[in-house]
Design a protein around this ligand. Structure first.
Ligand code: ZN
Length: 123
């Protein structure tokens, strides 16, 4: 069994939590059903809303201090700030989303928390 640190690092790098080498994603947010390197299966782990939730939390902690700092130091009009911060926020969230989703899958894999419904249908 890999250590939780190694599993979380694999999640951070969007790699298989079992071998740490195979890619988790076949597309932007679509997991492979099995690891292309070691064959570990991923399809019975459901990350649900954890990925979006984590990416929103992290991006909020990055963006909000920057917005407040800019507001206090430069007194820029709100519409200009909206033009600046809305695209940056969207870009940061879209960047963090696959990372946070793969971290979630890695945690679920480490805790062996497979979806009972998917396992029931496959057996
Ligand atoms: Zn693997």
């Amino acid at each position: 069994m890999r250590s939780i640190t190694a599993v979380l690092l694999s999640g951070l790098l969007k790699k298989c939590p079992h071998c740490g080498k195979g890619n988790l994603y076949s597309k932007y947010l679509k997991f492979y059903s099995h690891c292309p390197i070691c064959g570990e299966e991923f399809h019975s782990y459901r990350t649900d809303d954890f990925g979006p939730w984590l990416s929103i939390i992290i991006s909020g902690h990055i963006i909000v201090p920057l917005v407040l700092s800019m507001e206090q130091n430069f007194k820029i009009d709100l519409w200009i700030q909206a033009l600046i911060w809305i695209p940056i926020t969207i870009a940061v969230v879209l960047f963090l989303l696959p990372i946070s989703k793969s971290i979630c899958l890695s945690i679920l894999w480490r805790l062996k928390m497979k979806d009972a419904e998917i396992n029931k249908n496959n057996s």
